[in-house]
Design a protein around this ligand. Structure first.
Ligand SMILES: [Fe+2]
Ligand SMILES: [Fe+2]
Length: 625
């Protein structure tokens, strides 16, 4: 690392930090529980630290950059690319990987190809002097395995993606080399010009009435066509540079010192370049000012931009018609990569349901399995509510069934849960993606989702478990992503609204962050208790597979399981709000969290909801807490 110039590492930082983002959403309802997707997910889980956030490769890369003296904001920060001095070519490469990360279900062969080539080349490990997290044989095994599943078209696409990634990485490395030699060959004037060109657009009206030559600095620096060479020619003759102050320096250098108007504007390195330049100008040196502008990578960037501008993918259609019914809603949401026009409709639908669910703020205490009645937040109050619902409504009412319903009834009951189970974990599948991992709550949500997907181990994947249960009852369904699923006749229509709502909300992990935390608490808690135990008893009675129910009894409990973690996540998130914005903000944010819980409760307590929405004033008045 020490041998690598800082400017090179800084230029590489955007790609280094987003490496692997193409696996962020590889696991989703449209792709699960495919064997190969789980192989990829297992590698994703390993790259993310295998449950240890500090071992996350992204964090490790960031630490390496910091050790090399490169301090950058989080990758999602608005000024990240500017602070990384990203050349247009770097930004374009980064956009390609990010775009791929948004469409992994449609571009699975490409994801595999990019993943293999990017990590097999291991450019970032070479630059950082680290060893690769994924060895080439591991990566090759994965590739070989994929090829056994892939048809001719997928193989062709995979080869294209490998070739493209090799080309991109070669191009980027060549650009880094070009950058290093451009910087090494810069004259002192060019180095000064580079700093001025970088800072001028941010100067605004800061220089007030200060002039250099005939013009106000404020005017010169706001001119997008600033002639830096001409400016330097005038500036080196200006009193700001030529006058010697009492310290033997110049007013310009003086202004950068502590107490001066430009203190803190430039880095120490930039200030040193200015000092050297002022000393040379004061000593009478007048070299020709020939500025070699930074055009590193621009030829390649231009040819990519031209290619992108002139391409017109034939398979893109724009349409804004709303889905016909909930079956079509579900189909479009599962296949959202192909129905981006559904997104605004999904957001509106999620908002509508969240608003409706607030009804339970008043009536929720009468819920059979939940209590969404509102309370002011404190961590203690949240745990107290959680404990009470868990024990009083879910666990303690349990008595073994004395009579087991008929086989058909048991099967029917299971089919009413199956749709929700087929999208298990979906409510958080988009959390903790690249750029959204800063909060402790993000990492904890990632950990819950990874558990739901068995950390990439197909046998422990909850979607696999649902399929096992359904198979034991001889229920066969098309894959939930297939068009044929819209016509399936096994799962009743009544269950679609809750699945559709969940998918609508989860498309917006930032917009509905708080609500998802509350929903997560509700749904995880529902994995335990009387209701599950009864299902287990019924399934066993008829010799059906009860693995799905069993798994949830243990993993979702309130002592250390997902329910407890879900409560901890809310506490951790609101603690962050308190520290950043104070107690009043906590209660505002909390109200949204609890709306998320109510939104879950609204479906579970459909009888109660019906009771309070059908106008029978007296009965309703009894339900208000
Ligand atoms: Fe689950
Ligand atoms: Fe869970």
């Amino acid at each position: 690392m020490a041998r690598c110039p800082q400017a090179v590492l800084r230029q590489r930082a955007p790609l280094s930090l987003l490496g692997g983002c193409w696996l962020d959403m590889i696991s989703q309802p449209a792709t699960q529980p495919a064997i190969f997707v789980n192989r990829l997910y297992a590698q994703h889980f390993a790259l993310r630290g295998g449950g240890e956030p500090l071992d996350d490769l992204h964090r490790q890369r960031r630490r390496s950059l910091e050790v090399a003296g490169i301090d950058l904001p989080e990758i999602a920060a608005a000024d990240f690319l500017r602070r990384a001095d990203a050349r247009p070519l770097t930004s374009l490469h980064a956009c390609f990987y990010l775009a791929l990360s948004r469409l992994p279900a449609n571009f699975l062969p490409e994801v595999v190809g990019v993943h293999y080539a990017f990590y097999a080349l291991a450019v970032d490990d070479v630059l950082a002097g680290t060893s690769s997290r994924l060895t080439e044989p591991e990566l090759r095994n994965l590739l070989t395995e994929y090829l056994t599943f892939a048809g001719p078209d997928e193989r062709r696409r995979l080869r294209c993606a490998v070739a493209l990634t090799i080309r991109l990485e070669r191009e980027h490395v060549a650009m880094l080399r070009e950058l290093a030699s451009w910087r090494a060959g810069l004259s002192l004037e060019s180095r000064v010009a580079d700093i001025i060109a970088r800072h001028a657009p941010m100067a605004g009206r800061q220089h007030g009435r200060v002039r250099v030559g005939d013009a106000l600095l404020a005017d010169r620096f706001s001119d997008p066509h600033l002639e830096v060479a001409q400016f330097l020619r005038e500036f080196r003759e200006a009193p700001q540079v030529q006058t010697r102050t009492a310290d033997g320096i110049s007013p310009f250098i003086e202004a950068m010192k502590f107490g001066g108007p430009m203190f803190g504007i430039f880095t120490e390195h930039e200030a040193a370049v200015f000092r050297e330049w002022v000393a040379s100008a004061q000593s009478g040196e007048r070299p020709d000012i020939v500025i070699s502008p930074n055009r590193v990578g621009d030829a390649a960037a231009t040819s990519w931009l031209d290619a992108i501008a002139s391409s017109a993918p034939p398979d893109i259609q724009y349409a804004s018609a709303a889905p016909r019914d909930d079956r079509e809603w579900l189909y479009q949401l599962i296949n959202i990569e192909n129905f981006p026009n559904t997104l605004p409709l999904a957001e509106a639908r999620a908002r509508e349901h969240l608003a409706a669910a607030e009804l339970l703020f008043a009536y929720g205490a009468s819920g059979r399995y939940t209590d969404a009645s509102y309370f002011d937040y404190s961590a203690e109050a949240l745990f107290e509510r959680g404990e009470r619902v868990y024990w009083d409504k879910l666990v303690n009412p349990y008595r073994p069934l004395e009579q087991i319903p008929s086989r058909d009834e048991v099967v029917f009951m299971q089919t009413t849960y199956a749709l929700g189970s087929l999208i298990d974990g979906a409510w958080i599948h988009r959390m903790a993606n690249l750029g959204h991992r800063e909060r402790e709550s993000d990492e904890k949500l990632f950990a819950i989702y990874a558990d739901e997907m068995g950390h990439g181990d197909l046998r422990k994947n909850h979607i696999t478990l649902v399929h096992r249960v359904l198979a034991s009852m001889s229920i066969e369904l098309p894959h939930i992503r297939d068009e044929a699923f819209m016509r399936q006749a096994e799962l009743p229509d009544e269950l679609y609204p809750s699945g559709v709502f969940q998918l609508c909300m989860c498309m917006f992990p930032d917009t509905f962050y708080n609500e998802i935390l509350g929903y997560n608490f509700g749904i995880e808690m529902f994995g335990s208790g009387e209701f599950r135990l009864h299902e287990i008893q019924k399934l066993r009675h008829y010799g059906f597979d009860d693995c799905y129910e069993q798994a949830h009894l243990t993993i979702d409990n309130f002592s250390a399981g997902h329910t407890r973690q879900a409560a901890d996540i809310i506490v951790s998130f609101l603690d962050g709000v308190r520290r950043a914005s104070g107690e009043a903000a906590v209660q505002r944010e909390w109200r949204r969290v609890w709306r998320g819980y109510a939104a879950f409760s609204y479906f579970v307590e459909h009888k109660l909801v019906r009771q309070v929405t059908v106008p029978d004033t007296e009965a309703v008045a009894d339900l208000v807490i």
